[in-house]
Write a protein that binds this ligand. Structure first.
Ligand SMILES: Cc1ncc(COP(=O)(O)O)c(C=O)c1O
Length: 397
């Protein structure tokens, strides 16, 4: 049997954290890991939990980019991580810092993904009902499935905000409601009024709220963003999930946190400790520096996203047969098209026209006949991508 080969970062890499989009490191790791032979254990079967996900997951793997392809499919910033954040990580590594993080109502997690995983696996039992909007971030349904829970997707209203009546009905007897605000994939920002309506729906029940606010710094509505944490009537039942991936362009650093009732956080911490272990301290220092110093960086990136959002929205609005969603937040637009072709097939067709986007159906059945476009891309890529999308759609109409 060939020895397995694992990627270990060189000491040089440790003192010079990557300047650019750090997910490339993750790709590198998976490329360098050789996992053969896959069949060393006879008749190996993935666990029931994994098989449940395989049976039910809507997430699709995009093929490798080949040839002349403009990608508007990525859900991560295309900015460099701010320099002072990289420097803080390098300093912490050089100093060999060894302090102790204080426990409490906050759990530092390996990105938002690990925070969401810990929160859901720490709360949901087999058979528990978990309500999610449809469409929403596809990770939620997979995690509920892994926990053995039952996902109840609630179709959104036509304007992609919550259908409050449908949500109230679905929430009856629910263990948890999971949502993101601003929303991936719709780019909608749920207002204070919507959150207050949610608080009324769950008042007096045992339903927990998992509010994933990964994009809370990327809001373009005239009224300021309202976090679920600001809704007094949701206090005591809200688990807040945050990540440094989006606001601080730190996707590859894998850092985020949960904040919520201490007993729920303790349960999530047990999951996180078991799955992930504790966080790399250099990264924690970098994250602390990001929190303390990156206000101007967030403003700079926000201003740039705002221009790209305008560029993409106005380009899409010119395309016959597309209904363009309100670009309220995050860095996504979620247009609906009027051709009778399922979204996965439409995405494949558009790739042949040189533009990569994601199928709306990946985010829930109600996302069918929609496309998710990311404007975390250069202006040139947005302009070219929108033109190619227009050409691809025109061919089918
Ligand atoms: C809504 C939402 N939550 C959480 C995440 C996870 O982010 P990360 O694991 O990089 O922190 C993403 C990533 O795209 C997302 O869109």
């Amino acid at each position: 049997m060939k020895p397995r080969r694992f990627y270990a970062p060189s000491p040089r890499a440790a003192t010079n954290p990557p300047a650019a989009r750090t997910t490339s490191a993750t790709t590198q790791i998976s490329t360098l890991m050789t996992l053969e032979p896959a069949t060393a254990v006879a008749d190996f079967q993935p666990s029931e939990a994994v098989q449940r996900i395989q049976r039910t997951s809507l997430r699709v793997q995009q093929p490798q980019c080949k040839g002349d392809l403009v990608s508007l499919a990525m859900g991560e910033p295309d900015f460099d991580t701010p320099a002072q954040v990289r420097a803080a990580a390098a300093r912490a590594l050089e100093d060999g810092f060894g302090g102790v993080a204080s426990p409490g109502d906050v759990l530092i997690t390996q990105g938002g993904t690990a925070g969401l995983s810990a929160a859901i696996l720490g709360v949901v039992n087999p058979g528990d009902k978990v309500v999610i909007p449809d469409p929403t971030c596809s990770l939620y349904a997979d995690l509920v499935s892994m926990a053995g829970g039952i996902t109840v997707p609630v179709p959104l209203a036509d304007d992609l905000h919550w259908d409050l009546e449908a949500l109230a009905t679905a929430l009856e007897g629910a263990k948890m409601f999971v949502f993101c605000n601003p929303s991936n994939p719709t780019g909608i920002v749920h207002s204070r009024r919507e959150l207050e309506a949610l608080a009324d729906m769950v008042a007096g029940t045992d339903t927990l709220i998992l509010s994933d606010e990964a994009y809370s710094d990327l809001v373009y509505t005239p009224e300021p963003f309202t976090s679920a944490l600001e809704i007094e009537a949701l206090a005591g039942r809200t688990i807040y999930c945050q990540t440094f991936s989006k606001s601080y362009a730190m996707t590859g650093w894998r850092v985020g946190y949960l904040w919520g009732p201490s007993d729920v956080i303790a349960s999530a911490a047990r999951v996180h400790n078991t799955f992930n272990g504790s966080m790399n301290q250099a990264v924690q220092y970098a994250a602390l520096t990001a929190l303390k110093t990156c206000g101007p960086d967030i403003e700079r990136m926000h201003a740039s996203y705002a221009l790209r959002r305008e560029l993409m929205a106005s380009g899409l609005q010119q395309i016959p047969g597309l209904t363009v969603s309100s670009p309220e937040g995050a860095f996504y637009l979620f247009p609906k098209y009027d051709v009778e072709l399922p979204a996965a097939a439409m995405v494949a067709h558009l790739r042949n026209h040189g533009v990569a986007v994601r199928p709306g159906s990946e985010f829930g059945r109600n996302g069918e006949y929609h496309l998710r476009l990311s404007y975390a891309a250069s202006s040139a890529a947005i302009t070219a991508g929108v033109e190619r999308l227009a050409a691809g759609l025109a061919e089918l109409r």
